[in-house]
Design a protein around this ligand. Structure first.
Ligand code: ATP
Length: 461
């Protein structure tokens, strides 16, 4: 697929993919991308033919440090060999190799993204892939790749290159701290965040969790990210960031195009018996047990699919979907988005990521009739023997119990977690039916007309 439609076909696009450069102790793959992009522009005078891409992959794999994000830079320029050399050194020197980073780096020189890469990328959204598979695809596609330490990052590196983002997509403006400030508390004016959130709705998302009254734009760890504003277009996200008027002197910022907020990991449906641990997906099913509340306020219930395969579903309290899930009844028809995990008792369990209630089972229960004389509830005299009022002793014959339709207190429809429990890929409610169409020309104009990277220490671009 020729995503980039470049007229100048003899100059090939160089796609640089990398992943797994950070650790829980610090650093960040997007920060590395920001530093590298700055060098590529200033030193090698390259043209970016797309925004830097921040691609989130299967959020349910055990390997990830935090948000399972990988990066791809698509550039055109000269001196590709020198660029590659510099990039290799950069990844080697910047990555947190001592603390568990296992970087992978890939260079793909083509204007057209091969089907192999596109399908690897699709699979990396919801399955668990091996480094060996990634290496095989890299070799088949003439991709130069480099592995550091265990090199797990190659999966992410190739998946980022193969993610054409030619359907729904979002943007994030990420601001980076100066080295001296890393590790200190981030000071952000909550009032401003709330105001800007209101003003920019629905063009930015996940800025605040209103129920917990928590600001979500900033991480808390010792990484170089100061904050990130996510939204529908790079102009709005950057304006939001600018209007925050941060007191701390920042190093700069960069705008990424991304699959965040698109549910790209929740697209494939597999029968329950074929679901593998640590995969993500959707399933249409029927509730077969009443939900029970377990320790911590979480909920468990069982579902069966069209093939009568059965699995438990877990709903975690922080998602706040427990209140809705608790009201489900046997035979309700639902669709769920899930992440498959193995629980301590070795049972495969689907962690609920969204709940779509499609059909509520009508529940009928039976009540004894009321006494016609005094209105008190009667008591049954035994099977087919009628009823008697416990108060006035009036007997009622030839009347059966009254059928009552249970009020389900629940509506069909879509329920998603509170923002605080969102994965990076979780699609916010307002984005449903507002997914973006891909418009190559529009994106390329945006790229030309947006100051998508700004690095204070090196001047603006
Ligand atoms: P970030 O901090 O940038 O949000 P992360 O730190 O959580 O992301 P990484 O450190 O990049 O995650 O680690 C994730 C690792 O898992 C990488 O090595 C990546 O290549 C690998 N990976 C990602 N998706 C898959 C997948 N679907 N199957 C197998 N490995 C994967």
């Amino acid at each position: 697929m020729n995503i980039l439609n470049h007229k100048d076909h003899d100059k090939k696009i160089l796609h640089i993919g990398f992943d797994d450069t950070d650790s829980t102790n610090g650093r960040c793959t997007t920060h590395l991308a920001y530093l590298l992009a700055d060098i590529l522009i200033k030193k090698f005078k390259v043209n970016f033919i797309d925004f830097p891409l921040l691609i989130r992959l299967n959020p349910n794999i055990p390997l990830k440090t935090r948000g399972n994000g990988a990066v791809c830079l698509r550039i055109k320029g000269k001196e590709y060999e020198k660029i590659k050399e510099e990039t290799i050194h950069f990844i080697e020197n910047y990555s947190d190799l001592e603390n568990g980073a296992n970087p992978g780096l890939a260079f793909y020189e083509k204007n057209v993204i091969s089907n192999d890469l596109i399908s690897l990328s699709r699979n990396a959204m919801d399955m668990v892939l091996s480094r060996q598979i990634a290496e095989k695809i890299a070799r088949k596609n003439n991709i130069k790749y480099y592995l550091f330490k265990k090199g797990y990052g190659l999966v992410g590196a190739l998946a980022a290159i193969g993610c054409t983002l030619n359907k729904d997509h979002t943007y994030e403006t990420i601001a980076y701290r100066k080295k001296v400030n890393i590790g200190t508390t981030r000071k952000i004016d909550e009032y401003k965040v709330k105001k800007l959130n209101d003003e920019s709705f629905p063009f930015t998302f996940n800025n605040i969790d209103f129920r917990k009254n928590r600001i979500l734009i900033a991480p808390h760890g010792p990484d170089p990210v100061f904050c990130g504003i996510r939204g529908e277009d790079p102009i709005t996200t950057s304006l939001f960031f600018k209007n925050l008027q941060i007191d701390e002197e920042l190093d700069g910022h960069m705008i990424f195009r991304s699959n965040q907020g698109t549910n790209l990991h929740l697209t494939n449906e597999r029968r329950l018996s074929k679901i593998l641990p640590f995969t993500s997906g959707i399933i249409n099913c029927q509730v077969i047990t009443k939900p029970i509340i377990i320790q911590g306020g979480h909920i468990i219930f069982y579902v069966k699919d069209y093939f009568n395969d059965i699995l438990p579903v877990a709903v975690y309290e922080p998602t706040r979907l427990t209140k809705v899930a608790a009201l489900l009844e046997i035979d309700d028809k639902i669709e769920i988005g899930y992440g498959a995990h193995i629980k301590s008792n070795n049972v495969k369990t689907l962690n609920l990521e969204y709940l779509l209630i499609k059909e509520l089972k009508e529940i009928i229960y039976f009540k004894n009739p009321k006494c016609e004389k005094c209105g008190k509830k009667t008591k049954s005299e035994g099977k087919n023997k009628g009823f008697q009022c416990p108060l006035c002793k009036n007997k009622i014959k030839n009347v059966s119990k009254i059928a009552i339709k249970k009020n389900r207190d629940l509506k069909c429809g879509l329920y998603i977690p509170d923002p605080i429990a969102h994965r990076h890929l979780t699609k916010p409610l307002y984005r449903y039916n507002n997914e973006k169409k891909y418009n190559k020309k529009y994106i390329s104009d945006l790229l030309k007309n947006t100051r998508w990277i700004s690095k204070n220490s090196g001047g603006l671009i």
